[in-house]
Write a protein that binds this ligand. Structure first.
Ligand SMILES: NC(=O)c1ccc[n+]([C@@H]2O[C@H](COP(=O)([O-])OP(=O)(O)OC[C@H]3O[C@@H](n4cnc5c(N)ncnc54)[C@H](OP(=O)(O)O)[C@@H]3O)[C@@H](O)[C@H]2O)c1
Length: 321
């Protein structure tokens, strides 16, 4: 089969489309013929080995040689003890812990797969796992957004932000999206009430305060973010530089005490079994998936370059077959 392989961390040019053996499912695994795989910032981070947490899967060199984690496709074959699916079933999964999605076929433990709901395209299903889990967790589960609250989403023009803006609006919040100038219009079209270009405006320096700051990029210090929270407000960092994340983990709870602010890192329960609510919202037409661009498997490096250079508005999808 064809797969996009890399053996060292680096720029997109280290990726190579090559022939590798088609994997064979072990007892509890399912062989999936990949139809679509969506890109996440975690793919870019895993390619470059930055921030440092992206090297958990190999300190000096990547241990797995094929990236790609949000997959949708059809079951091709099942292992001896895999009983939930049969050949031809349409399935999707977040395989961030295993990876291997930038390939024609991938073997996946049966327990991480879910059937694609009726009426949902394989492309849309591939967009949901990671970004949907982050958005649900950040806005509903941990963010606990209430009607009328002011919510700021930093890095809102990307994949998770696309869903987070829409869920926050459905919950009746007043939403501010922060991202680069290219993405302001797309954030507005998703429902953001206010948009800020982070290259021109420092959201932590405006004097405005928010009940929830969902920070996908942790670009400001926890002290700066604390100033932008209302009394009782929450700040949740999702990803970003390791130094900032560690700082938030170490001092966030302490510096939040006065003003009863909650400052911490969002641990997202990844996996398609945790995104039932957003799947329902998509099926009901209440949340839309905005696919910015589609690329072929042979163009994974261009697609990652596009994402990494900051052009992607919403999701970028690789169409494999
Ligand atoms: N906590 C967890 O459990 C968990 C689980 C999975 C993933 N993650 C992390 O969650 C994050 C998810 O991001 P995603 O997939 O939504 O990424 P994405 O699609 O790349 O979106 C991130 C957005 O942030 C923008 N941005 C970059 N620097 C910024 C700044 N200084 N201020 C404001 N916006 C800025 C980017 O724009 P530019 O194009 O200008 O750079 C981009 O539009 C990743 O960091 C990933 O590692 C966390």
């Amino acid at each position: 089969m064809k797969a996009v392989v890399y053996t060292r961390y680096g720029p997109p040019s280290v990726l190579q489309l090559t022939d590798v053996p088609t994997p064979v499912p072990r007892d509890h695994e399912v062989l999936v013929k990949v139809h679509a795989v969506s890109l996440n910032l975690s793919d870019w981070e895993g390619l470059r080995g930055k921030p440092a947490y992206a090297r958990l899967g190999g300190l000096f060199r990547p241990r797995g040689h094929v990236l790609g984690s949000d997959i949708a496709g059809r079951v091709e074959a099942v292992g001896r003890d895999a009983v939930r699916f049969k050949a031809g079933d349409a399935v999707f999964a977040d395989i961030l812990s295993y990876k291997g999605g930038f390939a024609e076929y991938v073997c996946v433990p049966e327990r991480v797969l879910a059937p694609i709901p009726d009426g949902m395209t394989l492309e849309d299903a591939a967009c949901l796992p990671q970004a949907g889990a982050i958005a649900l967790s950040g806005i509903e589960e941990k963010g606990q957004v209430q009607p009328g609250q002011k919510v700021l989403i930093n890095g809102a023009g990307g994949g998770s932000g696309m869903y987070a803006i829409q869920i926050a609006k459905l919950r009746g919040a007043e939403v501010t999206g922060v991202d680069n100038a290219e993405k302001l219009e797309s954030m507005r079209s998703l429902g953001a009430d206010h948009v800020l270009d982070y290259r021109k405006v420092d959201f932590a320096g405006t004097g405005l305060r928010y009940d929830l700051i969902l920070d996908l990029v942790a670009s400001r210090s926890p002290f700066a973010c604390r100033r932008s929270l209302t009394h009782g407000g929450r700040y949740l960092a999702v990803g970003g530089p390791v130094r900032t994340i560690l700082q938030i983990l170490l001092i966030g709870p302490l510096i939040g005490i006065s003003g009863r602010k909650k400052i911490g890192v969002l641990g997202v329960r990844l996996g398609v079994h945790n995104i039932a609510h957003i799947v329902e919202l998509c099926q009901a037409g209440k949340v839309a998936t905005n696919i910015d661009r589609r690329f072929a498997l042979s163009q994974v490096s261009e697609a990652l370059q596009y994402l990494g250079e900051g052009h992607a508005k919403g999701k970028v999808v690789i169409l494999v077959d």
